[in-house]
Design a protein around this ligand. Structure first.
Ligand code: AMP
Ligand code: MN
Ligand code: MN
Ligand code: MN
Length: 314
């Protein structure tokens, strides 16, 4: 019955799709298989694991998704430096074993440990005891130490109550534990994703310290270097930002993505299964994916509209 009331002309908007999440392979706390199982239990039908600068969790996640019968695409979230700001670019439907992507990600990860030691020194001067060692205790992958691991240590010490407080007091730009870092270039990150057969998605555009003109410049360059989509409904966005970035997507001709940016039970702002659907005004990035077509066929939704659209875009 549900199909009668759920806009059958736009069935792909109604799929429970989550294309942004993290495991212990980067700065989440769950194993890749446990992230996938949690998404599945919350009703997610099409999922992507998108660890920071690392695809080491994809094989485990894909195997678990296969076991559960959930559609899954391989993903990654690449750290980029652009105009002095850190930007995140998600790659979806990548080939995780692609050598050009692998080399690029290894290079992007390479400076993390040195940066973390400096973050540790600065935090100790600011009164955080044994900061680097404490962060390391939370690390699941020694190649991928992130500010999130420091945040968990600072919470352990009792200095802050939650990650939001840690970031505003210690880890954001201008705070005592912030160490500027040079990540990948925007065109490189998009190029690696495309070389690996994937789609480049600008992650949580509402999180950057950019005004309207800055966002305009970022999206123009992102489109020019081969970016395809932007996150519209994100666990990192407020509801008013869903509308704002839906407008950006239409303006720039980007497809729209949706994902929680899940990191950890009880710690992430948003858990799987709770975000609203994409606004009707945008086209989902999964619209032409075979993984989504299979789900629509299973749900008895009219497949002809989908196939027709796929042909018209080919
Ligand atoms: P890094 O890649 O080491 O700079 O760490 C960035 C990570 O810190 C992000 O991926 C988020 O998981 C987390 N993060 C950044 N800013 C915040 C914030 N304001 N509140 C909570 N977590 C944050
Ligand atoms: Mn993170
Ligand atoms: Mn991010
Ligand atoms: Mn993320």
């Amino acid at each position: 019955m549900r199909g009668l009331f759920s806009r059958p002309e736009r069935p792909w908007h109604q799929l429970e799709v989550d294309l942004h999440s993290h495991s212990r392979v980067s700065d989440g706390t769950l194993a890749p298989a446990a992230v996938v199982a949690r998404a599945h239990a919350a009703g997610v039908r099409l999922h992507a694991l998108t660890d920071h600068d690392e695809t080491g969790g994809i094989a485990e996640a894909a195997a678990e998704a296969g076991r559960l019968g959930m559609a899954f695409v391989a993903g990654v979230e690449i750290s980029v430096s652009w105009a002095g700001e850190t930007i995140h670019v998600v790659g979806l439907r990548i080939s995780a074993e692609d050598p050009a992507l692998g080399t690029g990600l290894a290079r992007t990860r390479a400076g993390r440990d040195e940066r973390a030691r400096e973050i540790g020194r600065q935090l100790e001067r600011a009164g955080v005891p044994r900061a680097y060692e404490g962060a390391l205790r939370h690390v699941g992958n020694p190649a991928l130490i992130s500010r999130m691991h420091f945040a968990r240590h600072i919470i352990d010490t009792g200095l802050c109550a939650n990650t939001g407080e840690v970031f505003s007091r210690y880890l954001s730009a201008g705070r005592p534990g912030y160490v500027a870092h040079r990540w990948a270039e925007l065109d490189e990150a998009v190029g690696w994703i495309r070389a690996a057969g994937g789609v480049a998605v600008l992650a949580h555009p509402g999180r950057y310290r950019l005004d309207e003109g800055g966002l305009w410049a970022l999206m123009t360059e992102f489109r020019d270097v081969g970016g395809t989509a932007i996150e519209v409904v994100s666990g990192s966005h407020r509801p008013d930002q869903y509308r704002r970035f839906a407008d950006f997507a239409r303006e720039f001709g980007f497809l729209a993505s949706r994902g929680t940016d899940f990191h950890s039970p009880g710690e992430s702002r948003v858990d799987f299964g709770v975000l609203p659907p994409l606004p009707d005004s945008v086209e989902p990035v999964w619209r032409d994916w075979p993984e989504a077509a299979g789900l629509l066929a299973d749900s008895g939704a009219p497949a002809a509209g989908h196939a027709g659209l796929a042909r018209s875009r080919a």
